[in-house]
Design a protein around this ligand. Structure first.
Ligand SMILES: Cc1ncc(COP(=O)(O)O)c(C=O)c1O
Ligand SMILES: N[C@@H](CCCC[NH3+])C(=O)O
Length: 418
């Protein structure tokens, strides 16, 4: 086997010595593949971000909710942030205790709230009307609130979750109303949180937004924790030499802020963060098959079975994912050609990458779509009635463990009660 493109020798390191063609033969194509060692490394980096002792990172499970990965994240000592009853359910099933979960929903029904209350999971409300609803349902209890710190950041406007143009968070101007609602329902505000958006590589907006939430915290006595949010980015353009987020410097800067705040607040309250992407993104890759090659009006199409049912990020946010090709043919030394890499879905927008420089592949070669461990499978669908893919974990020993069965055609029919 030859790797035709890429500076990341995934075949030996990432796949734990397993041959990609054998993996596809055994588990089918396309296939999500995760590397346990990389996952554990990212967890440790986040766990040791700061020296401030009362620091509890919560993994935002929406990025990847496979229960086998959740178990590893928990073993590494992280807690979890959850968004829905489904995420609460899976997190509990994977071994997290209710007190290790933080429910941060948006526009939920009373039924969703009831699920969290019944399972003893602390909830954060992010609007006055949701706080009112919660207060009516569960007066006299502990509660958290999500504030909008006024600063947003993210890799695309669809993932900026603070500032002026967003549905998330309570505005600072409403703090007096918040206080009266807390009093009305005898609620104890134990924590406040924020999340400015997804994927920063420059940590300045994160540090600035930390200052904002700490300023908001000064309005409330007796807080037990402050959650600074997620958004920690990963370099999706590694093949172009993109640098990693400087997590060490970010950690040092945060440390100073946290220690100073605890001193002025008068207690060593708990600080939390909620990274999603950073934890599983780089441990995951999609392996697909080159199904056709075609030229139309000067555009070279490289057809694959990785449609937007499998990976939605490129069509949703124009996201870039580095790619590799694997072949059993003699490695080709011809010049690189710009290919438009497409999937098998019946929509013209089903494009994984435009003008991607690649060596000319053969039908039957394999394509690796890198950094797909976050918001990959969790955003996938069965559109065009393509059953969802299998997932495998390359354990630290190199052993391959099937962690999700490929769905079958019968799985498509089952919920229709036929
Ligand atoms: C409330 C909340 N917390 C955490 C996250 C995780 O974000 P990221 O994956 O960018 O770290 C998100 C998603 O953007 C979110 O909405
Ligand atoms: N789904 C987005 C991240 C934000 C999701 C959570 N608010 C992505 O793939 O980049």
């Amino acid at each position: 086997m030859h790797t035709l493109h890429g500076n990341f020798t995934t075949d030996t390191q990432f796949f734990g010595g397993n041959n990609v063609f054998d993996l596809i033969e055994e588990y089918g194509s396309p296939l999500y593949i995760y590397n346990e060692e990389i996952l554990r490394t990212r967890c440790k980096e986040i766990k040791n971000l700061v020296t401030y002792e009362n620091f509890v990172p919560h993994y935002s499970v929406k990025a990847n909710t496979n229960i086998h990965l959740l178990k590893i994240v928990r073993e590494e000592g992280l807690h979890a942030d959850v968004m829905s009853p489904g995420e609460i359910y899976l997190a509990l099933q994977s071994g997290f205790k209710p007190e290790e979960l933080f429910f941060i929903p948006n526009n939920v029904t009373a039924e969703d709230m009831r699920y969290a209350i019944n399972h003893g999971v602390l909830m954060s409300l992010d609007s006055l009307s949701q706080l009112e609803l919660y207060g009516e349902m569960n007066p006299g209890s502990k509660v958290a609130l999500r504030f909008n710190p006024g600063i947003g950041a993210g890799h695309h406007e669809k993932v900026v979750t603070a500032g002026k143009k967003t549905k998330f968070g309570i505005n600072q101007e409403d703090i007096d109303i918040v206080k009266s609602l807390l009093k009305k329902y005898d609620l104890t505000l134990v924590g406040i949180n924020q999340h400015i958006g997804s994927l920063f590589m420059d940590y300045d907006p994160y540090i600035q937004s930390t200052a904002s939430i700490l300023h908001i915290a000064e309005h409330f006595e007796d807080l037990e924790f402050i959650d600074l949010g997620g958004g920690f980015g990963i370099p999706y353009h590694k093949q172009d030499g993109e640098a990693r987020l400087d997590i060490k410097t970010l950690g040092h800067k945060l440390d100073v802020v946290l220690h100073n705040f605890a001193e002025s607040y008068g207690k060593k309250l708990q600080f939390q963060i909620e990274p999603g992407r950073y934890i599983p993104c780089e441990c995951g890759l999609i392996l697909g098959t080159v199904t056709s090659l075609k030229e139309n009006a000067g555009v070279h199409y490289l057809g694959t079975d990785v449609g937007f049912n499998v990976l939605q990020r490129p069509i949703m946010y124009d996201s870039h994912h580095d790619m590799e090709l694997y072949t059993t043919h003699v490695a080709c030394t011809s010049p690189l050609t710009p290919f438009t890499v497409v999937g098998n879905i019946c929509e013209s927008g089903d494009i994984l990458a435009k003008d991607r420089l690649l060596p000319t592949p053969h039908v039957g070669d394999l394509i690796g779509v890198l950094d797909a461990g976050a918001y990959g499978f969790s955003m996938s669908s069965s559109y065009n009635q393509r059953p969802r893919t299998a997932e495998v974990l390359i354990e630290e020993t190199g052993n391959v463990k099937l962690i999700r069965k490929r769905e079958t055609l019968e799985d498509l029919l089952r919920p229709m009660l036929v």
